[in-house]
Design a protein around this ligand. Structure first.
Ligand code: ZN
Length: 604
C-alpha cells in the first residue's frame, strides 16, 4: 500500500544566497527522504519556495535603489539554480509573491477570525512625519535600553541578544534616513495563540515518541516556561499579502510575514495541483488524515514549526476549507519536524557578511554534486552542531566515497566489461556458492535496515549502513580475488563477478537517495532502459502579480507496458548474460592542495 508523504522544507528568505549550512540543514535531508519514498513507490509531494515579503528585502531594495520585485527575484532565481545543481527535487518550489499564496493566506486569516482567534489592538510604533509613514522594526535602529549598544535593531539587539520593545529604543533613527521619528498609535490584528496552548501541548505529546529529543524537548520546555502568547499578524508595510478586511490594505498595512510565509506549505501544494491540471490533488496530502507531513528546518525555527504553525492550523479548523473550497473538513497536522542543528565552517559560525561560508553555487563550480551531497550527509548536524572542515572533506571524499564505493563499482564493472565482452557473466544462478549467497543475503537485508533508518530520518546512520555493505563486498572480493582466479578458474571468477555485480546493482539503489547523480550513471552502465529518478525543470507561471519561475519535478515517463512497477527499493534481479554499457569512474579523487586553496578563500 503506498502512503502519502508531504515533504515540506523551510522557505529560504530572499535577502541572502544559499550556503552549505542551509543545504544540509533542510533542503538535502528533505530531498533524501523524498527520493527514498519515491523509490518505495509512495506518493511524495515535496514543496518549498522563496519567502519574498517582509522588511529585510524592502530595505535591501531601498539601498540598491531597485524595485522590491527585482531584488526578491534575483535571490529566487539563484535558489532555483542551487536546487537544480544539487538535485534537490522539489515538485514545486515557488514564491510567496503569487496570487494563489495571497488567496490561501487570506482564507487562513478569515478562518481564524471566524473561529474567534483574532483580535484588534493598538500599539505604539515609530513614525516618520517627513515621509508620512510608519517604520516597522528593522527599519529603525537606535541605542539598546538594556546594554547600551548603539546599533540595536528596534526589535532585537544583536549585542546582548535580547528581544526589544521597539517603543523603548533610545535615540531611534530610520535606517533609510527618514528624518526624526515620533511614536504614534497604530492598530493591528493579533492571533491569540494563548487560546490554543492546551491543543498544541496535546499535539506535541502525541508526537513525542517519534520526534527528535532536541525538537520535542525544546518545544515542551518553551511552552512550560513562556507559554503561547498573542502575536500581531499585521504590520505597517506596503510589501506583502493584503489584509482581507476592508480599509486595512488601503491604510498601508499588510499581513505580517511570520504569519503568511509558513502558509506556503499549504499554498505550494495547491499551486502544484493547479499547474499539473489536477485541481484537487493537493488534498491527498492536506485533508487526508493518513498523509504524513514532514517539516525539514533548522534549529532556529523549531518552536515556530512545532507550536505556532500547528496552532494556526488547529485554529483555522474546518473553516479554512469551508472558506477556500466550500467544504468544511479539517486540515492535516504535521507528523514530524526533524529539525537539524547548525553546521559551522572550520570551527567558526558561518557568516555571509564576512564571507565565512561555502556558497552553494560556487562549490558546484569545483566539485561534483554527489561529492558535496556525500560530505553534507555524513556530516549532517542531526543531533548536534557539526563542522565543515576542508581537510575532512578531501579525506572522506578520497577514503570513503572514492576508495570504498566508487572504486568497487568501477573496478568490477570495468573488469567484467573487458573480460566477458561487455556482458554480465552467464552463470547458472543455481550453482552459486555459499559465500556468494551469504553476500547477496547481507546486501538484501540492507533494504530493510537502510530503509528503516531513512524512515526514522536518521540519514547519517542510513548512509553509514550502506557504506558498511559496500565494505562487505570489498572484503568478499579480496577473499575471492577474481582478478587472479580468472587465469586458472574462469567459472569461479564468473560466479564471483556475477555476485559482486548483483551486489553493486543493489547498492546503487541503497545509495540512490544520497547520491542520485552517480547512481543514475551506474544504472545506465548496467544497461537498464528504465530510470531511477525523473527530471527537474523550471517553468514560468503568470498571474495578476506578474510572472514567477517555479522549479518542478517530473517522474520518469515510459511508453505503455515498458516502465517499472513502481517499486524500485528492492534487491537487484540482475540476469546472467545481459549486455552492459561501457563503464567509467563515478567519482574524482581530490588533491591535497585543495585544502589550502579553499581555506584561503574564506573571510576574503
Ligand atoms: Zn542590547
Amino acid at each position: 500500500m503506498s502512503e502519502n508523504f508531504l515533504i515540506a522544507i523551510a522557505w529560504p528568505y530572499s535577502n541572502a544566497e544559499i550556503h552549505v549550512g542551509n543545504i544540509t540543514g533542510s533542503h538535502l535531508p528533505g530531498d533524501i527522504v523524498a527520493r527514498y519514498h519515491r523509490l518505495k513507490g509512495n506518493n511524495v509531494l515535496m514543496v518549498s519556495g522563496t519567502d519574498s515579503h517582509g522588511t529585510p528585502v524592502v530595505i535591501a531594495a531601498d539601498k540598491e535603489g531597485k524595485p522590491v520585485e527585482e531584488v526578491y527575484k534575483k535571490y529566487h532565481n539563484s535558489f532555483l539554480e542551487v536546487f537544480k545543481g544539487y538535485g534537490i527535487t522539489y515538485d514545486m518550489f515557488t514564491t510567496t509573491h503569487s496570487e494563489n499564496h495571497y488567496k490561501v493566506s487570506q482564507a487562513m486569516f478569515l478562518a481564524l477570525q471566524k473561529n474567534g482567534f483574532l483580535f484588534k489592538q493598538f500599539s505604539k510604533q515609530w513614525y516618520s512625519p517627513s515621509s508620512d509613514k510608519f517604520l516597522p522594526d528593522r527599519y529603525v535602529e537606535g541605542t539598546c535600553y538594556i546594554c547600551g549598544y548603539e546599533n540595536a535593531r528596534s526589535d532585537q539587539c544583536d549585542n546582548c541578544g535580547n528581544v526589544l520593545e521597539p517603543e523603548k529604543l533610545i535615540n531611534p533613527r530610520a535606517k533609510t534616513g527618514d528624518g526624526a521619528l515620533e511614536l504614534h498609535d497604530t492598530e493591528h490584528f493579533y492571533l491569540d495563540l494563548s487560546k490554543l496552548e492546551t491543543d498544541v501541548k496535546k499535539f506535541l505529546e502525541e508526537r513525542a515518541p517519534h520526534m527528535r529529543d532536541t525538537v520535542i524537548g525544546e518545544s515542551l520546555r518553551k511552552i512550560e516556561s513562556e507559554g503561547l502568547q498573542p502575536r500581531s499578524i499585521t504590520r505597517d508595510l506596503d510589501w506583502g499579502v493584503p489584509i482581507p478586511i476592508e480599509g486595512w490594505t488601503e491604510a498601508g498595512k499588510r499581513i505580517y510575514v511570520w504569519f503568511e510565509a509558513v502558509i506556503g506549505y499549504l499554498s505550494a501544494p495547491i499551486e502544484w495541483s493547479q499547474v499539473s491540471g489536477q485541481k484537487d490533488a493537493w488534498r491527498e496530502w492536506w485533508t487526508n488524515p493518513k498523509a504524513k507531513q514532514f517539516h525539514f528546518i533548522g534549529k532556529d525555527n523549531i518552536f515556530f514549526h512545532t507550536s505556532q504553525w500547528p496552532a494556526e492550523l488547529m485554529g483555522a479548523g474546518k473553516e479554512f476549507m469551508e472558506i477556500f473550497a466550500g467544504e468544511a473538513v479539517p486540515l492535516t497536522l504535521p507528523y514530524d519536524v526533524p529539525a537539524n542543528q547548525f553546521m559551522n565552517l572550520e570551527g567558526e559560525k558561518i557568516s555571509g557578511s564576512r564571507n565565512w561560508a561555502v556558497w552553494g553555487l560556487d562549490a558546484l563550480t569545483r566539485y561534483d554534486p554527489d561529492a558535496l551531497r556525500y560530505y553534507l550527509t555524513v556530516n549532517m548536524p542531526e543531533a548536534k552542531d557539526s563542522d565543515w572542515d576542508w581537510a575532512e572533506f578531501v579525506a572522506r571524499n578520497n577514503n570513503e566515497l572514492v576508495a570504498t564505493w566508487g572504486n568497487l563499482a568501477n573496478r568490477v564493472l570495468a573488469f567484467c566489461y573487458k573480460n566477458w565482452e561487455g556482458h554480465v557473466p552467464d552463470v547458472d544462478i543455481k550453482m552459486l556458492r555459499k559465500p556468494d549467497l551469504d553476500l547477496l543475503a547481507a546486501i538484501e537485508s540492507g533494504f530493510t535496515s537502510v530503509g528503516a533508518l531513512l524512515e526514522a530520518v536518521k540519514l547519517r546512520a542510513a548512509l553509514g549502513e550502506a557504506m558498511k555493505l559496500a565494505t562487505a563486498v570489498n572484503v568478499y572480493l579480496d577473499v575471492n580475488a577474481p582478478w587472479t582466479a580468472i587465469k586458472t578458474d574462469k567459472d569461479g571468477a564468473s560466479k564471483t563477478i556475477y555476485t559482486a555485480l548483483k551486489a553493486i546493482d543493489s547498492l546503487k539503489v541503497l545509495f540512490a537517495p544520497f547520491l542520485p547523480f552517480t547512481s543514475a550513471k551506474l544504472h545506465e552502465f548496467f544497461g537498464y532502459e528504465t530510470l531511477l529518478f525523473g527530471e527537474q525543470y523550471t517553468e514560468t507561471a503568470k498571474d495578476s502579480l506578474g510572472e514567477h519561475t517555479v522549479l518542478r519535478y517530473r517522474a520518469p515517463q515510459y511508453p505503455a507496458g515498458k516502465g517499472i512497477d513502481g517499486l524500485q527499493w528492492k534487491p537487484s534481479e540482475l540476469k546472467p548474460g545481459v549486455k552492459l554499457n561501457q563503464p567509467a569512474p563515478l567519482f574524482k579523487k581530490l588533491e591535497e592542495n585543495v585544502i589550502e586553496e579553499e581555506r584561503a578563500r574564506l573571510g576574503k
